[in-house]
Design a protein around this ligand. Structure first.
Ligand SMILES: Cc1cc2nc3c(=O)[nH]c(=O)nc-3n(C[C@H](O)[C@H](O)[C@H](O)COP(=O)(O)O)c2cc1C
Ligand code: SF4
Length: 550
C-alpha cells in the first residue's frame, strides 16, 4: 500500500466517524468479555436500532479500558463518560443518557488520578479502535510508520533511530533493543527470522495479552519494521494457548494485513517480503525463555540451552533470529512516527519511555496501566492505584513475578526503572505488580513463588531441579514452625547455589523472592524459627514426653 492509498483510507474512516454524533465504546478485551461485555454490546446495538439511531450513534467494541475489576466497562466518547459493571438490561438507560445527565448508578469518574496520571503510548489506541478492523488501526495512523520506513528509510536508519530512542526490551531483562537489532542485522544467514515472545507466563501478568487483544496490528507493524531493519523474511508469534481471544484477533489481523499488503510479498512495493505465523505454547513458563521458545517453535521439547551462541547469531533452525517481547514491538510504530528524541525525552536517564503494568492485589484500582519510567512506587500504588482497601496498611509490592522481589514501605519513593529496582533486589520483569497489605505473610509469599518455580522447572539442570524443591520444602517447614536455625542457614546457602549454578534465567532468579523477603522481612522468618526451635527442643525433652504420656 502506498502513502497515498493509506491517506485515502484515513480520510474515508474520518468521514464515517464524523457522520456519527455519538460513539458508545464497549470494552471487548478478555477481562470484560468474561463478565459478559459482548452481550452488553449486543444489547446496546439493538437498542440503538430500535430507536432508529443507527446513522447517528455507533456502538463499537474497543480494547481494554484499564479498570478491569470494574468491568464490563462502557465509554461514551463524546460525553467522556465511563460506565462500570454494566449489564445488558442497562442499555435503555445508557441510551437515555446520550447528551443528557449520566446514569449515576453506573458512573465511574474519569477525572481521577487512575486515568489522569497515566501516559499512554503503547495503549494509545485502546479506547479508540476496534481491534478486529484494520481500517480503525489505519485511521489512528497505523501502518504509516511501516510505509514511511519502507519508502524513506534504510534499515540502518531505522536501527539507529531505535538505538537513539533508548528503548529496552520489555520481556524482563531490559536489553537495549537497538543493539539487539544491530547484532541480528550484521549476522550472516541465508534466511533470518523475527519472533514475538507472547508467552507471558508470570503469575498476575496480563499486559501482553491485553496488547494483543486490544491492538494486534500495532504488534504486527512493529514486527514488520523490525524484520525490514534486520533483513528477516519470516517470523512467528509465540502465544500461550490459554489466550484464545488474543490468538483469534492476531490471526484475523494477520489475514487483514496480508490482504492490505502490509504482510506477504513485495510489501509497500518494496523488495521486502514477510510471512508471519502464530505458534501456540502449551502454557509452560520456561517456554518464555528465548532458547526454550525457539526449541518449541522447532517442534522440540521446550527446554533452554546454554548461551552463547545467542539467538541473534544462531536461533531458529540455526539462523540469525530476532526475538522481542510484545510490548517491545508495540513501542516501535510510535518511536518511528514521533521520533527517537521524543521517546528518549520520556523516562529516566537509562530507562526510556513508558512501561505497562498489570496492577493487582490489595489495591483499590486494579487493572492495566501505563506510566512513564521513573514514576515512584508511591505514585503508582497510592495515586493511580487509589491506595490500600479496607483501612489496611501498605506492606509490600511484588514486582517481576517469580524472578522479582518484594519492596517494603521504605522504598515507596523509589523511581521505578530497571536500575533502581535491581539495586534493591527486585526487577522490573515483564510488568506484573502485586500490592500486599499488612495481613500478608511474607514467608508464605516466598513459598508461593518457589512452589511456582519448582513446578515450572524443566528439570534439565540439577541446581534448579533439586534446589527449588529443597527450598520449597524448607519454606514449608518454616511456615509449619518446625524449622531450626540450621534450616534457615541452609535456605540462604541454597539461594546462592541455585542462583549461581542454574542453566537458565528460571533457576538463576528463582531465589529472588526468598532473598528479598529475607532482606526486608527477616523478622517474619525469625519468629517462625524461634517458635520452631522451642518446639524441636520440647519434642526431644524426656520430661515433656513423659508429661505427654501422663
Ligand atoms: C524463565 C523465563 C521466562 C521468560 N518468559 C518470557 C515471556 O513470557 N515473555 C517475554 O517476552 N520474555 C520472557 N523471558 C525473556 C526472554 O527470554 C527474552 O529475553 C525476551 O523475550 C527478549 O525480548 P525483549 O528484548 O524484547 O525483552 C523469559 C525469560 C526466562 C528466563
Ligand atoms: S534452570 Fe531450571 S528451568 Fe532452566 S534449564 Fe535448568 S532446570 Fe530447566
Amino acid at each position: 500500500m502506498t502513502p497515498d492509498e493509506l491517506k485515502e483510507i484515513v480520510t474515508q474512516e474520518q468521514q464515517i466517524e464524523h457522520t456519527r454524533e455519538h460513539h458508545i465504546c464497549v470494552c471487548t478485551a478478555a477481562g470484560c468479555v468474561s463478565s459478559n461485555s459482548l452481550h452488553v454490546k449486543d444489547a446496546l446495538a439493538k437498542e440503538v436500532k430500535k430507536r432508529g439511531l443507527a446513522d447517528k450513534c455507533q456502538v463499537k467494541g474497543v480494547g481494554c479500558l484499564g479498570l478491569c475489576a470494574q468491568g464490563p466497562l462502557v465509554h461514551m466518547r463524546e460525553e467522556d463518560r465511563l460506565y462500570k459493571k454494566v449489564v445488558p438490561e442497562d442499555a435503555p438507560e445508557i441510551l437515555d443518557s446520550l447528551g443528557a445527565p449520566p446514569v449515576q448508578r453506573l458512573e465511574c469518574p474519569t477525572n481521577i488520578p487512575f486515568f489522569q496520571r497515566q501516559m499512554r503510548v503503547v495503549l494509545e489506541n485502546f479506547w479508540k479502535i476496534d481491534p478486529e478492523r484494520i481500517q480503525d488501526y489505519i485511521a489512528a495512523d497505523g501502518y504509516s510508520a511501516l510505509v514511511n520506513a519502507l519508502t524513506e528509510l534504510s534499515p540502518i536508519d531505522i536501527i539507529n533511530e531505535i538505538i537513539h530512542s533508548g528503548l529496552r526490551g520489555r520481556g524482563g531483562a531490559g536489553y537495549p533493543t537497538g543493539l539487539k537489532w544491530s547484532t541480528v542485522s550484521k549476522a550472516v544467514g541465508d534466511v533470518k527470522y523475527v519472533i514475538c515472545n507472547a508467552d507471558e507466563g508470570d503469575p498476575g501478568a496480563f499486559m501482553d495479552r491485553s496488547i494483543l487483544e486490544s491492538d494486534p496490528h500495532r504488534v504486527l507493524e512493529g514486527m514488520a519494521i523490525a524484520a525490514y531493519a534486520v533483513g528477516a523474511s519470516e517470523g512467528y508469534i509465540y502465544v500461550r494457548a490459554e489466550y484464545p481471544l488474543a490468538i483469534k484477533r492476531l490471526r484475523n489481523a494477520i489475514k487483514q494485513a496480508e490482504r492490505s499488503g502490509f504482510l506477504g510479498q513485495s510489501i509497500g512495493g518494496a523488495r521486502f517480503n514477510l510471512h508471519l505465523d502464530v505458534r501456540l505454547g502449551a502454557g509452560a513458563f520456561v517456554c518464555g525463555e528465548e532458547t526454550a521458545l525457539i526449541a518449541s517453535v522447532e517442534g522440540k521439547r521446550g527446554t533452554p540451552r546454554p548461551r552463547p551462541p545467542y539467538p541473534a547469531q544462531q536461533g531458529l533452525w540455526g539462523r540469525p533470529t530476532l526475538i522481542n517481547n510484545v510490548e517491545t514491538y508495540a513501542n516501535i510504530p510510535s518511536i518511528l512516527r514521533r521520533g527517537a528524541e521524543w521517546y528518549a525525552s520520556i523516562g529516566t536517564e537509562k530507562s526510556k519511555g513508558t512501561k505497562v503494568f498489570a496492577l493487582a492485589g490489595q489495591v483499590n484500582n486494579t487493572g492495566l496501566i501505563e506510566v512513564p519510567m521513573g514514576m515512584t512506587l508511591r505514585e503508582i500504588v497510592f495515586d493511580i492505584g487509589g491506595g490500600i482497601p479496607n483501612g489496611k496498611q501498605y506492606k509490600a509490592v511484588q514486582t517481576g513475578g517469580p524472578s522479582g522481589g518484594c519492596i517494603p514501605e521504605e522504598f515507596l519513593d523509589l523511581k521505578v526503572d530497571y536500575e533502581s529496582l535491581s539495586q534493591i533486589g527486585s526487577i522490573m520483569g515483564s510488568g506484573g505488580m502485586i500490592v500486599m497489605d499488612d495481613s500478608s505473610n511474607m514467608v508464605d509469599v516466598a513459598r508461593y513463588f518457589m512452589e511456582f518455580c519448582q513446578s515450572e522447572s524443566c528439570g534439565k539442570c540439577v541446581p534448579c531441579r533439586v534446589g527449588t524443591v529443597h527450598m520449597h520444602n524448607l519454606l514449608d517447614k518454616i511456615l509449619r514452625k518446625e524449622a531450626t536455625r540450621k534450616d534457615l542457614s541452609m535456605l540462604e546457602k541454597l539461594c546462592g547455589i541455585v542462583k549461581g549454578a542454574s542453566l537458565c534465567g528460571l533457576g538463576q532468579t528463582a531465589p529472588n523472592p526468598v532473598l528479598s523477603t529475607l532482606r526486608y522481612f527477616r523478622e517474619e522468618y525469625e519468629v517462625n524459627i524461634a517458635d520452631g526451635e522451642i518446639a524441636a527442643v520440647c519434642a526431644q525433652c524426656p520430661d515433656e514426653k513423659e508429661g505427654e504420656k501422663r
